[in-house]
Design a protein around this ligand. Structure first.
Ligand code: NAD
Ligand code: UFG
Length: 343
């Protein structure tokens, strides 16, 4: 019996594959490598000293995806595959709706056909839109302010309808806050294409000298120092949260949402300061205008995940900064470097 991991070559997926393999699960990865490299999977195998099957398949390609279900004995699915850049989703909404929503529908149709009814889904704190206050609990009202966020919200609704139609389904909706950090080996990490959208990969590229300085988007937010506050969570803690969710869905039925965050909010300036302290690198920055759609504060109340999944983040922001830096320092060109060396 295997766990199918869609998007398993991506940032969170690759870290989760390591935790799954280290815990003795058999895994099968499906990824179309639209935002990742096969090299990530090679390194997962190298780090765990375990081999596993991977398929270069697009979730939209139902015929080929069906072969994966036909050829393997799949017990549960962890579904990471999706496009995730907010700005890009505003420019190309149809691509986002098609890839994320249709991709999920195709996957669920096959799961239904092959009687695989256990699913862990990558949702996001973005489904809370602009929360009325913080910390955020799972029962807050849901709204969305961009196409990417709407895909997450719609998929959550689709999965609720699916469960309503057949209560044999068992589904965990994991609402991630801000995943950063990397595996402590420095062998796998986040490898964004082009100019990073997110704070931590941008900071690490400034630290390595690829970018001159960090642009801090706004200094007049309603926060302790005027810069945006977020709940940064180590990607390895997040990965472990998937194993806890998997244990729960394997042993029960139902559908439920869980916040995966630390419960602590840090501002952009807090992150810069801690990053500088743990890496001894200077991060020059400028203040620029607010980024459209950004909110002042967003952090989780993770009590439900703690009580019902037995999950709690264990790594602090220092660990996250140290591990992000190690990954960047050891892989200045991300996964491309190894490819260049081989050519
Ligand atoms: P990622 O881009 O690194 O990983 C996603 C993977 O899915 C990539 O390997 C990509 O090639 C693959 N993929 C995309 N569309 C596919 C398709 N149609 N068929 C097959 N493979 C496909 O992203 P990530 O940061 O690892 O995020 C994983 C999931 O978590 C995503 O669904 C994302 O929306 C969600 N999420 C991420 C964050 C974050 O800040 N990283 C926050 C909240 C939620
Ligand atoms: N920021 C900067 N400069 C940058 C990048 C970011 O000042 O170059 C600031 C932002 O304004 C924000 C904070 O750093 O205050 C964090 O920004 P990120 O882009 O790293 O993260 P977001 O909270 O905006 O968004 C992330 C994911 C979304 C997800 C959301 C909630 O990118 O996909 O968390 O989970 F929806």
């Amino acid at each position: 019996m295997a766990i199918l991991v869609t998007g398993g070559a991506g940032y969170i997926g690759s870290h989760t594959c390591i935790e799954l393999l280290n815990s003795g699960y058999e895994i099968i990865v499906v990824d179309n490598f639209s935002n990742s490299k096969p090299e990530a999977l090679k390194r997962v195998s190298e780090l765990t000293k375990k081999s596993f099957k991977s398929y270069n398949v697009d979730l939209l390609d139902q015929v080929t995806l069906e072969k994966v279900f036909f050829e393997n004995h799949i017990e549960s699915v962890i579904h990471f595959a999706g496009l995730k850049a907010v700005g890009e989703s505003v420019e190309t909404p149809l691509r986002y709706y098609h890839n994320n929503i249709t991709g999920t529908v195709v996957l669920c149709e096959l799961m239904q056909k092959y009687n695989v009814k256990k699913l862990v889904f990558s949702s996001s704190a973005t489904v809370y839109g602009t929360p009325k206050y913080v910390p955020i609990t799972e029962d807050f009202s849901l709204q969305s302010i961009n196409p990417y966020g709407r895909t997450k919200l719609m998929i959550e609704e689709i999965l609720r309808d699916l469960h309503l139609s057949d209560d044999n389904w068992s589904i965990a909706l994991l609402r991630y806050f801000n995943p950063i950090g990397a595996h402590e080996s420095g062998r796998i990490g986040e490898d964004p294409n082009g100019i990073p959208n997110n704070l931590m990969p941008y900071i690490t590229q400034v630290a390595i000298g690829k970018r001159e300085n960090l642009n801090i988007f706004g200094k007049d937010y309603n926060t302790h120092d005027g810069t945006g506050v977020r709940d940064y969570v180590h990607v390895v803690d997040l990965a472990k949260g998937h194993l806890k969710a998997l244990e729960k869905i394997i042993n029960s039925t139902g559908i439920d949402a869980f916040n995966l965050g630390t419960g602590i909010g840090y501002s952009v300036l807090d992150v810069v300061k801690i990053y500088e302290n743990v890496t001894s690198r200077k991060i020059p920055y400028n203040f620029t205008h607010r980024r459209s759609g950004d909110i002042d504060k967003c952090y989780a109340d993770p009590t439900k995940a703690n009580k019902e999944l037995g999950w709690k983040a264990s790594k602090n922001l220092e660990d996250m900064c140290r591990d992000s830096w190690r990954w960047q320092k050891n892989n200045p060109e991300g996964y491309n470097e190894e490819i260049k060396e081989k050519i």
